[in-house]
Each structure stands twice: as structure tokens, then as C-alpha cells.
Design a binder for this molecule. Sequence first.
Ligand code: GDP
Length: 213
Amino acid sequence: MGQISKRKRVMEKDSLFQYGLSTLTIMAKEIVLIGRSNVGKSTLFRELTGKRVKVGRRPGITKWPFKSQVGGVFYVDMPGYGFMKYASLEEQDRTKDIIIKYFEEHASDILLAIQVIDASSFLDIANRWEDRGEIPLEIELYEFLGDLGIEVALAANKMDRIANEDEALDAIVERLGMLPPWRQWLDRVAPISAKRGQIEPLHLIIKAHLAKK
Ligand code: GDP
């Protein structure tokens, strides 16, 4: 008897928990940050949420998924991909698989993906991959997100390192399949400097997506 009522209480608690979770899922959409290691993704995450991303024991390995609620949305930090000083090739592939699976499984919950790039090294890295006969990972992921129907904002970070902003951004957007001039893509391309706290163009894009929610 005592066992049964205890079990009933547990079940009630469980269903309340489930109810709470599903309500939260309906309410809170996600804004997901992706980017290769060292592009300034953690710096940007901190600017957007006020939260410091927890990192694992080894540099470059962010504990995943790191979520932080701000107002009615969750900001989600994905592990950094691409070159990592301390990661093996298998580890890099695993990271890419985690990212791809996450987007495939959560596509309908995602309000916006923010793809962070280091605008000062993006083209050099893309050229290096292409010289090896490979599709640059950042370009592949950008196209993959578009194919899934996910809205993507390109956060072109480290603009403080760039002398000719228009020239650099025109070349970057063209590489991602958008016709220059880049200024016609202000709804999805945001030149920022996360380290300096200059992220207004990205805030405008996020605001526009929140308003559509
Ligand atoms: P993550 O690996 O992508 O999470 O990158 P971090 O946020 O850890 O930043 C990597 C390095 O880039 C750090 O030394 C940051 O201080 C630096 N960084 C981040 N944002 C900027 C920026 O806007 N401009 C410059 N010049 N450096 C930045």
C-alpha cells in the first residue's frame, strides 16, 4: 500500500516534470553558436549571455552542450570544430558528427544558427582546404544548415584586425555563395569584434528573428 502511493507520487512528479519540460520546449527556442576553434566563439557567447563557457580539461574542448537562457531563448554553444592543437583527426570527425546530428535532431527548435568565423583568416584557411582538393569545413557547414532550412547569421568576428572591411566581406560572402556587395546581406551578415564588445550588427539580426518568433 505504502509502496503504491509512493510510486503514484513519483509518477505524478514525473509527469509534472515532463509537462514542465514540454512547456519550456514550446516557449524557448534556441540560438545555436558554431565555429571552428579560436574564432572567438566563447568570447561572443559571453557577450551575448553574460555567461562564461565551461571548458573541459584540455584547451579547445568545450563541455557540450552548454546552454544559457536569456529571456525567452536558449543560447547553445557547440564544440569548436576544425583544427585543434590537442585533438586527433578522429576527435575532429566526432565533433563534426555531433554538430550535424544536433542540427538534424533539433532543426525545428532552432530559431537561428550563428556561424562565427574569424574574418581575418577565413579566406586563407578556405584556400588551403581547396588547394588540398577538399571543401572547406566552414563552407560545407554553412551550406548544410541552409539545406536543413535553418536560418543562419554569419558573425564575421575579429573585424578589428581588418583594414578594408568592404573588400574582405565581399570576398567572404562570395565564397559562401552570396553575391557581393555584402551590404545587401545585412539581414544575415554581421561584422563584429567580440573582444571589443562591438556586436551591434549581430544584435540587430537576433532582434529581427526574435520578433518573427
Ligand atoms: P573560441 O575557441 O572560438 O571559443 O575562441 P575564444 O573566444 O577563446 O577566442 C580565441 C582568441 O581570439 C582569444 O585570444 C580571444 O581573445 C581572441 N578574440 C576573440 N574575439 C576577438 C576579436 O573580436 N578580435 C580579436 N583581435 N581577437 C579576438
